[in-house]
Design a protein. Structure first.
Length: 227
């Protein structure tokens, strides 16, 4: 373990480069934490988000930024990591009767497990990640019951937890809709234009995938609320 200063308040933040995680990182810094960012290069279709994560981390002045490479393309099973077409829509669907094909199998479990190890090493008291179960509730690993279960994993499966000071798993945006996240981003002066939400790669977002449409809807609703 690294020697930890008693004066510092440390948090590991999962930073994908998207709007939610970037806003989360700004929020965590605003409440007094030193940031230890972790970004996963998991073979995702969108390589652009990695550049956004790096830039957001640099602007924020994070204490350390880990880029962890895991090739989930070898497993596949998702439109983000396999040879499947990303669904495109003319309007946003809000029904979630089925888990969408953009779900990456067990992704958050993998990410949180590695983040938990990283948090133990750097002496962080909390892991923050931008789970959201309102606007996009199709993903099973964004549900409150999943998060509660992983908190128990953190308590039972780490030295910190066994010794009585488990690393907290924090999801402050869990019950925010996208417009509320946009409002928080504006409040914190997040450079929204530098974030990347599109499931596709390229110079410009596709504007038609569900993530793009959800982002657009959230920005429009947030702007209307300020009028």
């Amino acid at each position: 373990m690294r020697e930890v200063s008693k004066k510092s308040k440390r948090a590991v933040v999962l930073l994908s480069g998207g709007l939610d995680s970037s806003t989360l990182a700004y929020y965590v810094k605003s409440i007094g934490y030193d940031l230890y960012a972790i970004t996963f290069d998991y073979g995702q279709r969108s390589r652009r988000e990695l550049n956004s994560a790096e830039e957001i981390g640099r602007i924020l002045g994070v204490k350390e930024h880990k880029f962890i490479k895991i090739n989930l393309r070898e497993i596949g099973g998702s439109a983000l990591t396999d040879k499947m077409e990303v669904p495109k829509f003319s309007r946003l669907r809000m029904e979630h009767s089925q888990i969408p094909i953009t779900y990456v199998p067990a992704r958050n479990t993998i990410f949180l497990s590695i983040s938990l190890a990283y948090a133990e090493v750097v002496g962080a008291d909390a892991i923050f990640y931008g789970a959201n179960c309102l606007d996009y509730s199709g993903y099973p690993d964004c549900r409150p019951e999943y998060i509660d279960a992983f908190r128990e994993v953190a308590r039972l499966g780490t030295k910190r937890g066994v010794e009585g000071s488990p690393i907290r798993i924090e999801t402050p945006f869990l019950f925010y809709d996208k417009s509320q996240i946009v409002k928080k981003a504006l409040e914190l002066n997040v450079p929204i234009e530098k974030t990347w939400s599109c499931y596709e790669d390229g110079e410009e977002p596709c504007g038609k995938c569900e993530s793009c449409l959800l982002r657009k809807k959230g920005i429009e609703e947030a702007k209307r609320s300020f009028r």
